[in-house]
Design a protein around this ligand. Structure first.
Ligand code: ADP
Length: 260
């Protein structure tokens, strides 16, 4: 308990510090990005345009990282609505198919009787996207990225074995890759803020800590199973909204308004 409290305190200080730095960095990056647009409009020199593109790619990557840090620092207050996970997975599927390397095959699979759940659409989207981006990075030579959603009944036996779950019905989302896997000795650290094994400038180390914070703030739980050399599965479970039907999906959830 003491340890958990200290960890929460440490996370909070890291969040505050990182948020301050990210805010300042944003102020540095914004004028760079605006100037690039301006120069592109006025320049006729092809070589200069190429250089501008390089500057823009780096500045945008920096801006993406800043956004990640800011959303981590802000915490996970959100606007709750009833979510049909199928629509979010289909959105992510389009994004992945448009932007990921072509040697990564995407498969989606859904249970027919998927329950709805109460959640923040943007945050749940972010959970899936972060997990998919990690899956992509774990498959530099290509492979299969599988996202599935199913209904899960957690009984009191199962709940007593895990720290985070309570008995009840959940929407279980699995993101599986056929990538490099995670060595046993790193499994404990991957959820720590700023822990990354990626090259400098490629990862902030905030993806999984953000995923974990979002899932927890929804009353859910998160598991990881990995076989080095064969791949990894992340399982995120969100408590189902009982007694509601599909027709209500994606409408504001009055029972769980903002920040609940
Ligand atoms: P980042 O992606 O910026 O490194 P994350 O918090 O998302 O930060 O991930 C932390 C680390 O966990 C990664 O650097 C990587 O070592 C490991 N990791 C996460 N997902 C996977 C995966 N699907 N396969 C292999 N390693 C992973």
């Amino acid at each position: 308990m003491e340890q958990q409290f200290l960890r929460a305190q440490r996370m909070e200080s890291i969040g505050t510090l990182a948020g301050g730095i990210a805010h300042d960095l944003n102020n540095v990056l914004a004028p760079i990005l605006m100037s690039i647009d301006l120069l592109r409009l006025t320049s006729r020199d092809e070589r200069a345009k190429e250089v501008l593109s390089t500057i823009e790619t780096s500045a945008r990557r920096g801006a993406d990282m800043v956004q990640q840090i800011l959303s981590f620092a802000r915490g996970v207050e959100g606007r709750r609505m009833l979510i049909n996970i199928r629509t979010i997975i289909e959105d992510v599927q389009h994004l992945v198919q448009d932007t990921f390397p072509k040697d990564i095959r995407f498969q989606a699979e859904f249970d027919a009787d998927l329950p709805l759940f109460s959640g923040d659409h943007t945050q749940v989207h972010q959970v899936l996207l972060n997990l998919c981006v990690n899956a992509r990075d774990a498959m530099p030579k290509g492979g299969t990225l599988r996202v599935s959603a199913a209904s899960l009944e957690v009984d009191s036996n199962y709940a007593s074995m895990t720290q985070d779950s309570k008995p009840g019905r959940y929407v279980m989302i699995k993101v599986t890759d056929t990538g490099v896997g995670i060595p046993q000795n790193l499994l404990e650290r991957i959820f720590d803020p700023f822990f990354t094994t990626k090259d400098l400038g490629k990862g902030t180390g905030l993806g999984l800590s953000t995923v974990l914070a979002i899932v927890k703030s929804h009353g859910g739980f998160l598991n990881v199973y990995s076989e080095p050399g064969n791949g990894t599965t992340f399982t995120a479970c969100f408590p189902a909204a009982e007694g509601l039907n599909e027709g209500l999906a994606e409408t504001p959830d009055e029972k769980h308004p903002r920040g609940n």
